[in-house]
Design a protein around this ligand. Structure first.
Ligand code: HEC
Ligand SMILES: [Cu+2]
Length: 391
C-alpha cells in the first residue's frame, strides 16, 4: 500500500512537472503581464472574477469540512435515527439561489462596460488584418483613403508593426476558415470569420516585441499560425513606414546583369509569381492565378524587413539563446539564410501544409538545384532592408 501510494505520488508529480514544462515550452504567450490598455482592462476583470471564485471555493470547501466533522455518525448514534431532514427548506433554497445570483449580476455589471469599451473605435490608424491558412497578413492604408489596395498602401505579413501609445484599430477578416487573432499582452481574442469584418483595438504602453497565435483551431498548421506585434517609438515607426516605401522602390530597380540576384529573379519569375507578389514588379496579374493555386501568399516586397517568416514560425535573423539579435562585424543583423533556404527548398517539411488543397507553399526539393536555391537567396535578400527593432 505504502509503496503503491509512493509510486502514485511520484507519477503525479512527474506528470505535473511534464505539464508545466510543456506549458512553458512556447513561453512567449503570456496573458499575465498585460502591457496594452485593452489587455490591462481584461486582466483586471480576470483577476477580480478569479479572486471571487477563490473566495467561493474556500467557503464551499470549509463548509464541507465543517459539516463532515459536525454531523459525522458517532458510535453512540442509533443507525435508524436520522437527523432532521431539510429537503425543500425554503430559507436555505432562497439563500443559495440568491447568493450566486448576486455574484453573477455583480460580475455582469462590472464586465459590461469593458466589453463595450473594447468594441469602441480607437483614435489611431486602422490596419487590415487577414487570417488565412496558416499566416496573417497586415495592410496599412498609407494615404488614408479608406482603401487598403492602392499602390501607396503597404502589405506585409507576420509582423504587425505599430507605434507605441496609439490606439490602433484592427479590421479583422478571414480568407478561408475561422481564425482568431490574439496577442495576449496587448489585447483580447477576436475571431476572424469568413464573410464578416470584425473590429478590434490594440495598443501598447511600451515598445517591444509581443508574441501572438491564432487561437481558433483552423486545420493542419493551426499551431504554426503565429504573429507578433513590433511596437516602435513614433519616430522609429515613421522610419519603418519610409523603409517600406524605400524597399518597394528598390525592388523595382533593375538588377546587375549576370549577377546571382538577376539569376534568382529569373527563377522567381518562373516558379514563384503564380503565388507571390513583389509590388510594382510581379503584380497581382499573377495573383489571379495564385487563387487557383494556394490562395494568396505573403507579399514579398519587403521580406527582409520582417523579423519572422512562415507565419512567424521561423526567425528571419539569427538570435542567441536569450532571443537577442546577433550582429555581424559590419553591425548588421545576420540573416538566417540556412532557414530561409530550407524553407524555399521544402516548405511543407518545415511547416505542415496542403498545397495540393490550396493551403500553403509548395515543395520545391525536386525542382530547384542547389545553385538555383543560392541564386534565389541572393534575390530574396534584395527585398527590403533589415527590420526596425524596438529600442
Ligand atoms: C503555390 C503557391 C506558392 C508558390 C508557387 C510559392 N510560394 Fe512561397 N509561400 C506560399 C505561401 C502560401 C506561403 C505562406 C506559408 C505559410 O506561412 O504557411 C509562402 C511563404 C513564402 C515565404 C515566407 C514569407 C513570409 O513572410 O512568411 C518565402 C520567403 C517564400 N514563400 C518564397 C517563395 C519562393 C522563393 C518561391 C519560388 C521558388 C515560392 N515561394 C513559391 C505560396 C507559394
Ligand atoms: Cu488560424
Amino acid at each position: 500500500m505504502g509503496t503503491r501510494f509512493a509510486r502514485g505520488l511520484r507519477l503525479a508529480v512527474l506528470a505535473g512537472v511534464a505539464l508545466l514544462v510543456v506549458g512553458c515550452a512556447t513561453g512567449q504567450l503570456d496573458a499575465t503581464k498585460p502591457i496594452g490598455k485593452e489587455a490591462q482592462d481584461i486582466d483586471g476583470l480576470m483577476r477580480l472574477s478569479g479572486w471571487m471564485a477563490v473566495g467561493v471555493g474556500i467557503f464551499v470547501a470549509a463548509a464541507v469540512v465543517v459539516i463532515i466533522v459536525k454531523f459525522r455518525a458517532k458510535p453512540t448514534d442509533d443507525p435508524d435515527d436520522l437527523p432532521p431532514q431539510i429537503h425543500g427548506n425554503r430559507k436555505a433554497e432562497i439563500t443559495w439561489t440568491l447568493i450566486p445570483t448576486a455574484l453573477l449580476v455583480f460580475l455582469t455589471i462590472i464586465t459590461l462596460p469593458t466589453v463595450f469599451a473594447l468594441a469602441r473605435e480607437g483614435d489611431g490608424r486602422t490596419i487590415k488584418v487577414e487570417g488565412q491558412q496558416w499566416w496573417w497578413q497586415f495592410s496599412y492604408d498609407v494615404n488614408e483613403d479608406g482603401d487598403f489596395d492602392d499602390a501607396a498602401d503597404i502589405v506585409t505579413a507576420n509582423d504587425l508593426v505599430i507605434p507605441v501609445g496609439e490606439e490602433v484599430n484592427l479590421e479583422i477578416h478571414s480568407n478561408d476558415v475561422i481564425h482568431s487573432f490574439w496577442i495576449p499582452q496587448l489585447n483580447g481574442k477576436r475571431d476572424a470569420v469568413p464573410g464578416r469584418v470584425h473590429h478590434w483595438r490594440i495598443s501598447s504602453t511600451e515598445p517591444g516585441i509581443f508574441y501572438g497565435e491564432c487561437v481558433e483551431f483552423c486545420g493542419l498548421s493551426h499551431a504554426n499560425m503565429q504573429m507578433r506585434a513590433i511596437v516602435l517609438e513614433e519616430a522609429d515607426f515613421e522610419r519603418w513606414l519610409e523603409g517600406q516605401q524605400a524597399g518597394r522602390a528598390a525592388a523595382a530597380e533593375p538588377l546587375a546583369e549576370d549577377s546571382a540576384e538577376a539569376a534568382g529573379a529569373s527563377l522567381f519569375e518562373t516558379h514563384c509569381i503564380s503565388c507571390h507578389v513583389v509590388d510594382g514588379v510581379y503584380e497581382s496579374a499573377a495573383g489571379g492565378n495564385a487563387n487557383l493555386l494556394a490562395g494568396i501568399a505573403p507579399n514579398l516586397t519587403n521580406l527582409m524587413s520582417r523579423t519572422a517568416f512562415a507565419g512567424a514560425l521561423y526567425e528571419t535573423y539569427v538570435q542567441d539563446a536569450d532571443r537577442e539579435y546577433v550582429r555581424g562585424p559590419d553591425g548588421k543583423l545576420i540573416v538566417n539564410i540556412a532557414g530561409l533556404r530550407e524553407w524555399v527548398r521544402n516548405a511543407p517539411d518545415l511547416k505542415p501544409a496542403r498545397a495540393d488543397n490550396l493551403q500553403g507553399m509548395l515543395d520545391f526539393s525536386e525542382v530547384l538545384t542547389d545553385q538555383d536555391l543560392d541564386n534565389l537567396m541572393a534575390y530574396l535578400r534584395t527585398l527590403g532592408n533589415e527590420p526596425v527593432l524596438p529600442r
